[in-house]
Write a protein that binds this ligand. Structure first.
Ligand SMILES: Cc1cc2nc3c(=O)[nH]c(=O)nc-3n(C[C@H](O)[C@H](O)[C@H](O)COP(=O)(O)OP(=O)(O)OC[C@H]3O[C@@H](n4cnc5c(N)ncnc54)[C@H](O)[C@@H]3O)c2cc1C
Length: 398
């Protein structure tokens, strides 16, 4: 028997590490990733502000894959669950259990004019390019644009704005830079609740970052350096930084596993995919999924779990327990509990650690403290733990 794990990010690694610890070696495990590296997304804003080098937020993927897990560096080209096989650029593999942890693809072209005009920090290359641009930036309108949801790590654009504010202050040019955020969201981090939104809004006000929620982007005109919104607003920029629109990877879209949200729906507790046509059990974890939450703030506004590495990792652990239980013929001791945390750096080596319980009723609950250096150090340790292979344990440390 075997398990094939597609993806070597937070979810895929957590699944591989956990499953290997639960099943004897005669159950073979193969992890497939097109990338030879593991990269901690939480460090990308450090690249933008030149606080860290790329080598400090990434490592060789092989160094995190347990012994007795096969690593195949290849592109997944087709998932044929009805035939129990996965087609890759390195050949076709037969599957007994499948874990899909392929993350989300970024698609700047989803908004007309965006790809031609915007910088970003959602990939390493983009973060480096933005950092280089900022080196020579002296004055003007810096606009952070969030054109679509969902996107990875809901605090990330707000953290980017706080770190840019800090960087411009340190360079003595803050009075010559106007910083603003324009977003389709109704409020910052809306799934985390009103209290968290208020904290972020207060911080933005303190940092003189103008905030425009509820704005649907129509297009961007790179020649005139103007963003056009559906409500008729036009906003000028000198430097445009966008959160790219996200979509499920092509191979997942073609596998017929998505629902109307464009992501793979999973059982919120077991991460199992309801796929009656499939010849094998399929689990999906992390950014590639949509996971409905039981609670909500408004009766007519259902919520889904935010996309974040901590959740991808916890879900990978749960999927591994579910598979091990099925193989061993025992009930699984572990369900996904919707708990996780996130860090929001606010500049000056300070951060807020928000600790969320997203399955709570009547709505998710997020606890947080005032920003301080201890929470920033906690983030540094969390990033380090992932690069040193201790991440799965750390993701459960609360
Ligand atoms: C700026 C930024 C800051 C962030 N900060 C945080 C934070 O503080 N805390 C947090 O928890 N999360 C944070 N995140 C989010 C976090 O990075 C993602 O939610 C997390 O990486 C999702 O894990 P995943 O396993 O689902 O997907 P990923 O980590 O994206 O992994 C996907 C894997 O699939 C592989 N893959 C994709 N397509 C193919 C294919 N066709 N064939 C083969 N391999 C393929 C990739 O190579 C990769 O190995 C941040 C993200 C960004 C961009």
């Amino acid at each position: 028997m075997n398990t094939i794990i597609l993806g070597g990010g937070f979810g895929g690694l957590a699944a591989a590490q956990t499953l290997r610890s639960l099943l004897p070696n005669k159950h073979t495990i193969t992890l497939i990733s097109k990338s030879s590296h593991f990269l901690v997304g939480a460090g990308k804003t450090w690249i933008v502000t030149a606080n860290r080098r790329a080598a400090e937020i990434m490592c060789d993927l092989k160094s995190l894959i347990p012994r007795n897990v096969d690593f195949l560096q290849a592109e997944v080209q087709r998932i044929s669950s009805s035939k129990a096989e996965v087609v890759t650029s390195a050949g076709t593999l037969r599957v007994d259990f499948l874990v899909i942890a392929l993350g989300a693809d970024l698609k700047m072209s989803a908004v007309p004019g965006l790809a031609e005009s915007a910088y970003s920090f959602y990939t390493l290359d983009e973060a480096v390019r933005l950092g280089e641009m900022l080196d020579g930036f002296e004055a003007g309108d810096v606009v952070l644009l969030i054109p679509q949801t969902p996107f990875k790590c809901p605090p990330a654009p707000y953290e980017a704005a706080f770190l840019l504010n800090s960087m411009f202050m340190n360079r003595g040019i803050r009075d010559r830079v106007r910083l603003s955020i324009h977003t389709v969201e109704p409020a910052p981090m809306p799934t985390a609740g009103v209290e968290m939104s208020v904290v972020i809004r207060d911080l933005m006000e303190k940092c003189n970052i103008a905030y425009y929620p509820g704005n649907q982007t129509k297009s961007v005109d790179p020649a005139k350096k103007i963003i056009l919104f559906q409500n008729g607003r036009e906003v000028h920029y000198d430097l445009l930084i966008a959160v790219p629109p996200h979509e499920a990877p092509r191979v997942v879209r073609e596998a017929g596993l998505l629902n109307q949200t464009g992501w793979i729906p999973v059982d919120p507790k077991t991460l199992k995919v309801d796929a009656p046509e499939s010849a094998v059990p399929i689990f999906a974890v992390g950014d590639v999924t949509v996971l409905p939450l039981p609670g909500r703030y408004k009766a007519d506004a259902p919520l889904v779990l935010p996309k974040a590495g901590v959740f991808a990792a916890s879900q990978g652990v749960v999927a591994a327990h579910q598979i091990a239980a099925a193989v061993l013929g025992k009930p699984s001791p572990m369900d996904f509990d919707g708990k996780g945390f996130c860090y929001i750096e606010v500049g000056g080596n300070k951060a807020i650690k928000g600790e969320g319980s997203f399955f709570d009723l009547p709505h998710p609950v997020m606890k947080r403290r005032a920003p301080d250096e201890a929470q920033f150090r906690d983030k540094l340790e969390w990033v380090k733990s992932w690069l040193e292979g201790r991440g799965v344990g750390e993701s459960h440390r609360r």
